[in-house]
Design a protein around this ligand. Structure first.
Ligand SMILES: NC(=O)C1=CN([C@@H]2O[C@H](COP(=O)(O)OP(=O)(O)OC[C@H]3O[C@@H](n4cnc5c(N)ncnc54)[C@H](OP(=O)(O)O)[C@@H]3O)[C@@H](O)[C@H]2O)C=CC1
Ligand SMILES: CC(C)(CO)C(=O)C(=O)O
Length: 289
C-alpha cells in the first residue's frame, strides 16, 4: 500500500516508521528532519528499535492509497488542502482533539477517525523515540461498520501495529478527549509528568475535567459514563506515568498548544456551563499568550 504520512513530527515519524516495515511510505514534514531521513534513513529507538528508509519530502507525492494525518489540530486545514494533490483513497486522522475529521471531510470523500496511544518524541533530525507501545483504534467518525476502516486496520496490522477497528468510534473519540481534557492542561499548568495526577489535588482537577467532558458527550448523544471516563483517565495516568504530556512539551518549547481542540472543543459543544474545561482552557491560553 502507498501510505503518505502528513506531519512527520513525533507521532507521524513513529507511525510512518512502523508502517515502512511493510508498506511504501512517504513522510511529509519539515527540514532538517526530512533531509536527514532522505540521507540516512529514519532511526526509531526506545520501546522498539529499527532503521527504515521511507521516502521523505516537504510536499505531498503524486498519489497515495492512504493518508495518515498527524499534524497538530490547528494545522488540519493546511493538511486537508495539501492532500488534495495526491487524492488518497482514504484519509485517516490519528490526532487528538475534536473537529479534525469534519475539517478533512470538507475536501476528502472517505475520512476515518483514529486514536493512538503510542507515545512518540522526535529526538533530532532523522531520529524518533517510541516512548510507549500503545494501540491504534480506527473507524468511521460517526460509528458503524466501515470497509475502509477494515482495510486500514488490515494494513496497519500487517506492519505489526496493534490496531482495533471500532464501530463505536464517536464514543472512543470522546473518551480520548476526556483523557486529554484532564491530563494535558493540568500537567501543562502544574509542570508535572502524567503520574503526578495519580492522587491529591491534581487528581481532583483532572478527573473533574474528565467528568465534565463525559457530561458534554452525553449532551451530544454519545453514551459516555462519567465513571468510565474517570477510570480511563486513571488508567492512562498509570500507564503513561513517566510521560510529559504533549501540552506540557508544547508549553515548555513555547509552541502553540492544542487547547482549543481539546478543552475549548468541550466548551464549544455545550449550551450549559462547563466551568472546569473553560477555566483550564483560559489558564493554558493565558500561560502561552
Ligand atoms: N506525540 C505523541 O506521542 C502523540 C501525539 N498525538 C497527537 O498527534 C498529533 C501530532 O502530534 P505530534 O506528533 O506530537 O506533533 P509534532 O508537532 O511533533 O508533529 C507535527 C509535525 O507536522 C509538521 N507540519 C505541520 N504542518 C505541515 C505542513 N504543511 N507541511 C509539512 N509538515 C507540517 C510540523 O512542523 P512545524 O511544527 O514546523 O509546523 C511538525 O513537525 C497531535 O494531534 C497530538 O495530540 C496523539 C497521541 C500521541
Ligand atoms: C495520552 C496522553 C495524555 C499521553 O501523554 C496524550 O495523548 C498526550 O500527551 O497528548
Amino acid at each position: 500500500m502507498d501510505v503518505v504520512v502528513f506531519g512527520a513530527g513525533s507521532l507521524g515519524s513513529l507511525v510512518g516508521g512502523l508502517c515502512a516495515r511493510e508498506h511504501d511510505v512517504t513522510l511529509v514534514g519539515r527540514d532538517p528532519h526530512i533531509s536527514a531521513v532522505r540521507e540516512s534513513g529514519l532511526r526509531v529507538t526506545g520501546a522498539v528499535e529499527f532503521t527504515v528508509e521511507p521516502d521523505a519530502r516537504t510536499t505531498v507525492p503524486d498519489r497515495a492509497d492512504l493518508a495518515l494525518v498527524t499534524v497538530k489540530s490547528f494545522d488540519t486545514p493546511t493538511a486537508a488542502r495539501a492532500l488534495t494533490d495526491c487524492a488518497p483513497a482514504v484519509v485517516c486522522s490519528l490526532q487528538n482533539g475534536l473537529g479534525n475529521e469534519e475539517r478533512l471531510a470538507r475536501s476528502h470523500d472517505t475520512v476515518l477517525a483514529g486514536t493512538c496511544t503510542y507515545g512518540a518524541r522526535l529526538d533530532g533530525p532523522g531520529r524518533v523515540a517510541c516512548t510507549g507501545i500503545g494501540e491504534v483504534v480506527v473507524g468511521d467518525p460517526d460509528g458503524g461498520p466501515s470497509a475502509a476502516a477494515e482495510r486500514v486496520g488490515g494494513a496497519l496490522r500487517a506492519a505489526n501495529i496493534d490496531v482495533q477497528v471500532s464501530p463505536r468510534m464517536a464514543r472512543r473519540r470522546w473518551e480520548k478527549l476526556a483523557v486529554n481534557a484532564g491530563i494535558n492542561p493540568v500537567t501543562a499548568l502544574a509542570g508535572v509528568a502524567n503520574g503526578a495526577l495519580a492522587d491529591g489535588p491534581l487528581h481532583g482537577v483532572a478527573t473533574a475535567a474528565a467528568r465534565e467532558t463525559a457530561r458534554v458527550a452525553r449532551e451530544n448523544d454519545i453514551d459516555l459514563d462519567e465513571r468510565d471516563a474517570v477510570a480511563t483517565l486513571e488508567s492512562v495516568v498509570e500507564t503513561t506515568a513517566e510521560n510529559h504530556s504533549s501540552m506540557l512539551q508544547d508549553v515548555r518549547a513555547d509552541n502553540r498548544t492544542e487547547v482549543d481542540a481539546i478543552n475549548g472543543a468541550v466548551v464549544a459543544r455545550t449550551d450549559e456551563p462547563a466551568p472546569v474545561n473553560r477555566t483550564l482552557a483560559r489558564l493554558v491560553r493565558g500561560l502561552t499568550a
